[in-house]
Design a binder for this molecule. Structure first.
Ligand code: XIL
Length: 334
């Protein structure tokens, strides 16, 4: 069976996954799977603020460097996730950033990006993650950026990143924008604002933690329109954190569930590739290591229905690292 990275490469594309750094050290079979299948990888948490700068001005890169080394040894690129994200920040970091707290952010961006400036493995950064409002009540600006997060401050973060390392691709990463709805429109407005204000923004990151259900359709047209708008603006869409959660009503059997997940991958990736996407990163590679099985992140419907928790099978390989229908669906899409 041809590895995904090879199928992708034949089309000039890339397949990759988020890497759990602790498991990478402990599980040889997991490491081998990643090396075999991936041409790009994102550290699951090792580059987040709480990992890289736990105390003000004190930087540690041991865990992230170990992943970078693994990537280098296996001819994989590494995607830098993420410079600014409200969820993974130490208590002493204020959010959102403001002109008066900007120096804290500047020290962080200089410290972290600076460490990888000469890296030939790390080639791209999520400069900001999840900064778009989820609904009109959550914003106070014309671009839909979260309340209190001034557009000029977001602009300055990107300008700063480009000045610290002009050679990396810079990405604005977001979730919940795959249906072309209100939030997707704000995401596009924000990108347009940044472009109009002299910002280098190379990638539009679609997290794509997708929810599929027989009860509601996926808005293919909405998504394709968003991809088209990005093409018009000259910004590359990248799928940064893809996984597929099955919502209620739950299918009767695991086999049906796996087929639904696979159909979801196929439908979504066909639209991606038709719309100019060339890099697909899944948020993990095996159901053994998926964030949606972690208690803090498990979807509420699964917490409410513990008997269905074995339905949390969002990735191409199962817990024993065997290929699932989702793997074959991704293969076919490439
Ligand atoms: C998740 C990790 O997978 C978890 O292990 C961690 O506890 C919390 O963060 N959107 C993102 C990712 O941008 O950084 C998140 O990763 C998943 C949602």
């Amino acid at each position: 069976t041809t590895p995904l990275r090879q199928l992708a490469a034949a089309k000039g594309m890339r397949y990759g996954a988020a890497i759990a750094g602790d498991a990478l050290q402990k599980e040889a079979d997991y490491a081998n799977l990643l090396a075999r299948e991936c041409s790009i990888a994102t550290p699951n948490g090792e580059l987040k603020w709480s990992a890289t700068e736990p105390q003000p001005g004190v930087f540690t890169f041991t865990a992230a460097d170990a992943i970078a080394k693994f990537c280098q040894n296996n001819n994989m690129a590494m995607h830098g996730h993420t410079l600014v994200w409200h969820t993974a920040r130490p208590d002493w970091v204020p959010y959102p950033p403001t002109p008066s707290s900007f120096s804290i952010f500047e020290r962080h961006v200089r410290g972290v990006m600076g460490h990888y400036r000469n890296s030939t493995v790390l080639k791209s950064w999520d400069v900001a993650n999840e900064v778009i409002a989820n609904s009109p009540e959550e914003t106070d600006n014309p671009y839909g950026i979260q309340r209190g997060f001034k557009p000029e401050v977001l602009r300055d973060l990107f300008l700063l990143a480009a000045s610290v390392d002009p050679n990396k691709k810079l990405c604005l990463n977001e979730f919940g924008i795959e249906n072309g709805g209100w939030k997707a429109q704000q995401f596009l407005k924000t990108i347009e604002y940044l472009k109009n204000n002299g910002v280098k923004i190379d990638w539009a990151g679609f997290q794509s933690h997708l929810w599929f259900s027989t009860a509601y359709p996926f808005d293919a047209t909405g998504f394709s329109n968003v991809l088209q708008r990005l093409k018009d603006m000259g910004v590359k869409p990248v799928i940064t954190e893809l996984d597929i959660i099955i919502d209620t009503p739950f299918p009767a059997t695991l086999a049906q569930l796996d087929q639904m997940v696979a159909d979801g991958y196929k439908r979504f990736l066909d639209l991606c590739f038709a719309g100019g996407v060339d890099t697909i990163i899944t948020w993990g590679i095996t159901d053994r290591h998926t964030w949606i099985r972690q208690p803090e992140w498990m979807p509420q419907i699964y917490k409410n229905n513990p008997q269905y928790q074995n339905y949390l099978r969002p990735l191409p390989f199962d817990q024993n690292l065997q290929r699932k229908q989702a793997f074959y669906a991704i293969s076919q899409a490439f």
